[in-house]
Design a protein around this ligand. Structure first.
Ligand code: MG
Length: 262
């Protein structure tokens, strides 16, 4: 069942979204060679709790971290650890979720550690553009397939892989609501979008083949071929005025962070 949010629900979700974005921004600012993903996790957790919110991911299905920190060939659900030390040339997807006043904000960004290769940076730039293209389709009257197709077409035009086993999702009082929001699809197919739906759009794009597996820790999803993956995410409300990015802070609806604008 898809929960339709009222305008006041959406305003409350904007607060959760803004905090989630703030946590993501603080984490990104800490990314550099020598930093551990456990340190990044601590930054997010203390910031979120300082604002009277809770880190949505902590304890979700038993997940141990406050953020997901997925390095290089890790696609999503990397577990923060003092043993994972960022190295020059890595890329790291950081995914932060904050639950504030009973509402969830969920967003992710792939950061550069120092200066990754041109090829890896292109993967990140294209994935960011995929998210932007997907968001542009999030308007009443369109279908979920329009979002998926926009993401898929752009990624495949560049010869990249589109992860199919993990998808975006509805967001509300819990992190994962209906509907699923795939990063592939056919235009005009799938659930029809209407004002008041809130969805997380999150392309997961691979430099090589999209085939993946879960590590023995039961969480972390990696590419089978070892190629790097990029991941960007926003929580977006569908409104009669167009897509409204809820995971946005006071720097405006489009987010600027290291590596570019979204
Ligand atoms: Mg998500």
């Amino acid at each position: 069942m898809i929960n339709i949010k009222s305008e006041s629900d959406i305003r409350e979700m904007q607060a959760a979204g803004a905090l989630s974005k703030m946590a993501l921004r603080r984490c990104g600012a800490a990314v550099k060679p020598g930093v551990t993903t456990a340190e990044i996790d601590g930054i997010a957790e203390s910031l979120i709790r300082m604002h009277g919110a809770t880190p949505t991911f902590k304890g979700y299905g038993g997940f141990p971290g406050s953020v997901c920190a997925s390095v290089n060939e890790q696609i999503v659900h990397g577990i923060p650890s003092p043993d994972v030390v960022l190295e020059e040339g890595d890329i790291i997807s950081i995914d932060t979720g904050a639950t504030l006043n009973g509402w969830v904000g969920d967003n992710a960004w792939t950061f550069y550690v120092g200066e990754p290769s041109r090829e890896w940076k292109t993967l990140c730039e294209v994935t960011r553009d995929c998210l932007k293209a997907g968001i542009a389709q999030a308007i009443p009257g369109n279908h979920l397939g329009d979002i998926g197709a926009a993401v898929q077409e752009l990624a495949e035009k560049h010869g990249f892989g589109v992860v199919r086993d993990y998808v975006g999702h509805g967001v509300g009082r819990v992190m994962h609501e209906d509907p699923n929001v795939p990063n592939y699809g056919k235009r005009g197919r799938g659930v029809k979008l209407q004002a008041g739906m809130v969805i997380a759009i999150e392309p997961m794009i691979t430099l090589g083949n999209q085939a993946n597996k879960v590590l023995s820790n039961g969480w972390t999803v990696v590419t089978r071929d070892g190629s790097p993956a990029a991941h960007y995410e926003n929580t977006v409300a569908i409104t009669d005025d167009g897509p409204l990015i809820l995971t946005s802070d006071d720097r405006g609806p489009w987010c600027e962070m290291q590596g570019g604008t979204l």
